[in-house]
Design a protein around this ligand. Structure first.
Ligand code: PLP
Length: 381
């Protein structure tokens, strides 16, 4: 049969991490610092209560859009953190934040619309915009310390702009925006009457001395704002596939139709797990301190070796520029690094930038130190 598929699929960027991963599997003893998968365990109470719930309850379809009590807790969580005034009718539960971003984009985009995406960019955004038939307009935050500004964004807005996607704390940069910049960007979205999509999946992973500002704290932008968040990173619950969207009630009800025709309803058990995660007083501090210690170790090490590195303010990633050490493109550089040292990292190309690699600090400090020794030795030579 002639493979007659959606032609947009052919436009999607390949998954460059796969190249590195496939190679690393051939190298015995290689150290994998590629994937953003928390190594720290899900809180015991989430596991125990969820197991009990499953044994004692028939797992039925949940209400469309999510379990009411869970939606109420999510709204409360945001209101407590950011002084917003969401209620359960602002909340749409999704299958991880991935489905949240997908639903948000599908819900607002028509072909020919433009969406502004900040580079270095988490690759999901570009792929989903391409599939929707809309146009991606990239702006680069590299020269601004990996922090986009209202001025940079304003320069990219055209009459066709439908939305801006922000992702702070940033994957892959680990940076956050100042309160002032978040307010300026929020006001810009209102003035230009465009959506502001804020992917806040790392909002709970903020290092000491830093504070995360969500546009959810800016009252004027609430009608234009679509917040996407979830439990994968903060609560080490990647496999549960549970996340959510916060949006104005009219938009939320439109987005509900997308859920209805794609996932029907999210997993009842995973929503219960998410509810426990929000209701129980889980100590996330210990995990956060570990990620911070590891990220700062990698940051200092790479700086010492000669990489240019912006100090991460959150997440568990470190983005490092190797321009002073090599002229290879980032895929070749990552592959060579892996072949020569056994350390696997993500090429900047995955995030639409060159001369960079991303290190994921989701391994114990001792493993990172072992990788660190290999890198130090290699670049000394
Ligand atoms: N957004 C960003 C910036 C991410 O880094 C990730 C995962 O790596 C996601 C969204 C998807 O997370 P989830 O597991 O909630 O689908």
């Amino acid at each position: 049969m002639v493979m007659n598929i959606n032609s947009k699929l052919k436009e999607l960027e390949p998954n460059y991490i796969r190249h590195v991963l496939a190679k690393s599997q051939e190298i015995e003893g290689s150290i994998n610092l590629t994937i953003g998968e928390p190594d720290l365990k899900t809180a015991r109470i989430v596991l125990e209560k969820s197991a009990k719930y499953m044994l004692e309850t028939q797992l039925c379809y949940s209400p469309l859009g999510g379990v009411v009590e869970f939606r109420e807790e999510i709204a409360k969580f945001y209101n407590n953190q950011y002084g917003s005034s969401y209620d359960r009718d602002n909340v749409l539960v999704t299958v991880g934040s991935t489905e949240g971003i997908s639903t948000a984009l599908r819900g607002i985009l028509n072909p020919e619309d433009e969406v502004i995406v900040v580079k270095p960019a988490y690759p999901l955004y570009g792929g989903l915009i391409t599939l929707s038939g809309a146009k991606i307009v990239y702006v680069d935050s590299t020269e601004n310390g990996y922090k986009v500004s209202a001025d940079i964004l304003e320069g990219a807005i055209t009459p066709k702009t439908k939305a801006i996607i922000l992702n702070y704390p940033s994957n892959p940069c680990g940076t956050i925006l100042s309160e002032e910049e978040v307010e300026k960007i929020s006001r810009l979205a209102v003035e230009k009457d465009i959506y502001l999509i804020s992917d806040e999946i790392y909002s709970e992973l903020i290092f000491s001395g830093n504070k995360f500002y969500s546009p959810a704290a800016v009252k004027e932008v609430r009608d234009n704002l679509i917040v996407v968040n979830g439990f994968s990173k903060s609560h080490s619950m990647t496999g549960w596939r549970v996340g959510y969207i916060l949006a104005n009630k009219t938009l939320r009800n439109h987005l509900l139709k997308i859920s209805q025709y794609t996932i029907s309803t999210p997993s009842t058990l995973s929503q219960y797990g998410g509810l426990v995660a929000l209701k129980e007083d889980i100590n996330l501090e210990d995990n956060l301190r570990k990620y911070e210690e590891r990220a700062l170790y990698i940051y200092n090490l790479l700086k010492k070796i000669g990489f240019e590195v912006v100090k991460p303010e959150g997440t568990f990633y470190v983005l490092a520029d190797y321009s002073k050490l090599s002229s290879l493109n980032s895929l070749d550089f990552s592959m060579k690094l892996l072949e020569d040292t056994g350390v696997a990292v993500v090429p900047g190309k995955s995030f639409g930038v060159e001369n960079c690699i991303r290190i994921s600090c989701t391994q114990e400090l001792e493993v990172l130190e072992e990788a660190g020794k290999k890198l130090e030795e290699y670049f000394k030579g």
